[in-house]
Design a protein around this ligand. Sequence first.
Ligand SMILES: Nc1nc2c(ncn2[C@@H]2O[C@H](COP(=O)(O)OP(=O)(O)OP(=O)(O)O)[C@@H](O)[C@H]2O)c(=O)[nH]1
Ligand SMILES: [Mg+2]
Length: 328
Amino acid sequence: MPANLPPQYFDAEKRYRLAKTPQEKIQALEEMLRIMPKHKGTEKLQGELRRKISKLKVEATKRSSGGRKSDIYFVEKAGAGQVALVGPPNSGKSSLLAALTNARPEVADYPFTTRLPVAGMMKFENVQIQIVDLPPVDPHLTEPWVYAVMRNANILWIVLDLSDDDLLEHLEIVLQQLQEANIQPVGLREEEESDHALAKRTLLVGTKADDPRAPDHLEILRELYGDRFAIFGVSSLDGDGLDALGRASFELLGIIRVYTKAPGKEPDLSEPVILPQGSTVQDFAEQIHKDFSRKLKFARIWGPGKHGGQRVQRDYPLTDSDILELHI
Ligand SMILES: Nc1nc2c(ncn2[C@@H]2O[C@H](COP(=O)(O)OP(=O)(O)OP(=O)(O)O)[C@@H](O)[C@H]2O)c(=O)[nH]1
Ligand SMILES: [Mg+2]
């Protein structure tokens, strides 16, 4: 019996062939399996795909025991910081990842579409911020590894559907689940330190702003949560509001960009050294080279609010966009 496979199947197969990580391969295979018509003619192929998926899953776990790098449920950090997408089912998390990055996660009009983490890089000025799409938060169905990814991320975006009449209820469920996972989302105000919860800087992102119900829901959200979180209304469909997420996330990451300059040369402004806010000349030198930090005599600094080329010592505090010339 002919299999009669639809063109989408071959798209997914192509993604499988091009996939580099076990995680991407599993995702493509699962998609092929889902797309494939289920009848006698495809039984053998279905079996083959299932076997491939299980084999890849076993391989991925085996390899992960030696190091976490290839664990399919863990996303190694990349770029200037990692954002985890947290939200109820169907809220538009995967669409947001697709709109902001080159990643092509599966998007569908039903809940629990996403089952494995998918990462992509969002550009903000001259830095890349990593965005990690996750399965939805649900009181019964969310597996523990999902919270492990959130705990490892630098910041969280709570992603809500602005077309959803039950948006507030869904937000409360997400906040409740985070609390149970001992994750404390921290927005605009310094929340009281909790002994056991892990504080995570958090933004609220309302998606589907193109929906006619969105403006009302956004207003209610701002009224009730606006003093606790920064809230953004965006549409992955037409791109509205997406630009603001880069800067807001950069600021929440608590990092600065500092540039190197060799004496007598122009600085290279394309490749910043990323440092935590509050870093000093000493911290910068350590990032560049161990020898630099040991032998450093002084540095010259250029940047906002500084006298160009001013001489500074090791303990001099740095700010975003500073340029440093190290002298050893
Ligand atoms: N109109 C509109 N629809 C959207 C937007 N973003 C997502 N959607 C639709 O919402 C549905 C769910 O989108 P997904 O991105 O798969 O949602 P998700 O949060 O990843 O869903 P799960 O993985 O199941 O948790 C899809 O039908 C999308 O096309 C948007 O900005 N505007
Ligand atoms: Mg999804």
